[in-house]
Design a protein around this ligand. Structure first.
Ligand SMILES: NC(=O)C1=CN([C@@H]2O[C@H](COP(=O)(O)OP(=O)(O)OC[C@H]3O[C@@H](n4cnc5c(N)ncnc54)[C@H](O)[C@@H]3O)[C@@H](O)[C@H]2O)C=CC1
Ligand SMILES: CC(C)CCC[C@@H](C)[C@H]1CC[C@H]2C3=C(CC[C@]12C)[C@@]1(C)CCC(=O)C[C@@H]1CC3
Length: 346
């Protein structure tokens, strides 16, 4: 019986486990001796140690088999932030998360750890060493973030110790690392097409970029510390590299590390923001005729030109969090993992 309990308690499900963060979660959980189910709409990799359940998280019937005998569910599924599909964000991030909560309760999963985002408090203006006590953004920077707020509120509200159901949310920021489909590929694509000529703002704005393995470490610590009467119950936690860095210094390290030139000119933040805003209006008007995905969106300009870094003191205090990979090492490992994006030297 004791062995059975121990094994059951090390079984978990990663919802969104085929994604960038999800795959890293699976790898670290397996290394730590967990038995891992993946629930996703697609099969993102092959691993005989993992049991895959393919389905849409908006369906409770699809979720239930993946949650049987599981002690913790990690929910890190979301449509890509760059998608323009408002209905999809609402359906998956908000309605789907409600379904995940119901399914966990019905399957008797006692712990739910949500991957939220530090951007739930970001309104496009400076945040310096922001704590979790900042209010949710009244004007979120985009619709993705609006639904991340709805999702986080729903998960934290569902915490119900009297019925043996414990929830917590991890708020990472700017996740990067091997196999990331967003940050490095978008940056290099912009550089390749000659769009990385301008630095937005004066280049002094500090931002958090968080190595994926540190994000995973924060999630696993959260799951292990989440229990009755723990301070994690119903609360959100920033997980960062704890080394805020000037946005353009970070971008420049990636660009030079992959043999691309760094931006030569500066453009004032407000000018870049209004240009991106104007461009998005023009594209909206043209959208019945042509679909163009701009590189410079108001959201990206806001992220590139403002301070937004967060304190992870609460995670240090309540779950003993400490980044396991430094920013220097993280950048090095990331650069090594993208040989196909490296520009051949002339
Ligand atoms: N990448 C970043 O910088 C940050 C990401 N986050 C959050 O981290 C989480 C993971 O993000 P990434 O790994 O970067 O994204 P990703 O796009 O690589 O992975 C998301 C996964 O969710 C799955 N998925 C989407 N809709 C689904 C549905 N209806 N049913 C089942 N599975 C579905 C996708 O197939 C994909 O495998 C997301 O919740 C995201 O909001 C938070 C802060 C920063
Ligand atoms: C073209 C350049 C101006 C910028 C290229 C890099 C950007 C693609 C990334 C810089 C900060 C990133 C970021 C996210 C996505 C990729 C960036 C915009 C998120 C929006 C991903 C989802 C979140 O929850 C918040 C992230 C903030 C930082």
């Amino acid at each position: 019986m004791a062995t059975h309990l121990r094994l059951t308690s090390r079984k978990c499900t990663v919802i969104g486990g085929s994604g960038f963060l999800g795959q890293h979660m699976v790898e670290q959980l397996l290394d730590k001796g967990y038995s891992v189910n993946v629930f996703d709409i697609r099969k993102g990799f092959e691993n005989e140690k993992v049991q895959f359940f393919l389905g849409d998280l908006c369906s409770k019937e699809a979720l239930l088999p993946a949650l049987q005998g599981v002690s913790v569910a990690f929910h890190c599924a979301s449509p890509a932030p760059s998608s323009d599909n408002r209905e999809l964000f609402y359906k998956v991030n908000f309605m789907g998360t409600k379904t995940v909560i119901e399914a966990c309760k019905e399957a008797g999963v006692p712990k739910l750890v949500l991957t939220s985002s530090a951007s739930v408090v970001f309104e496009g203006t400076d945040i310096k060493n922001g704590t979790e006590d900042l209010p949710y953004a009244k004007k979120p920077i985009d619709y993705y973030t609006e639904t991340k707020i709805l999702q986080e509120k729903e998960v934290l509200r569902a915490n119900d110790p009297d019925n043996n159901f414990f929830t917590t949310a991890i708020r990472p920021h700017g996740i990067f690392g091997p196999r990331d489909p967003q940050l490095v590929p978008i940056l290099i694509q912009a550089a390749k097409s000659g769009k990385m000529k301008f630095m937005i703002g004066d280049g002094k704005n500090l931002v958090d970029f968080t190595y994926v393995e540190n994000v995973v470490h924060g999630h696993i610590l959260a799951a292990e510390h989440l229990q009755k009467d723990s301070p994690l119950c119903g609360k959100a936690f920033h997980i960062t590299n704890d080394e805020p860095v000037p946005f353009w210094a970070f971008m420049s390290r990636i660009l030079t590390g992959l043999n691309y030139d760094t931006p030569k000119y500066q453009i004032p933040y407000w000018l870049a923001y209004y240009l991106a805003f104007f461009l998005s209006l023009v594209l909206l008007l043209l959208s019945p005729l042509v679909t163009i995905k701009p590189t410079f969106t108001p959201m990206r300009v806001a992220l590139a030109g403002t301070f937004h870094y967060y304190s992870c003191e609460r995670a240090k205090r309540d779950m003993g969090y400490k980044p396991v990979v430094s920013l220097d090492e993280a950048i090095e490992r990331t650069l090594q993992s993208y040989p196909h994006l490296r520009r051949a030297k002339a």
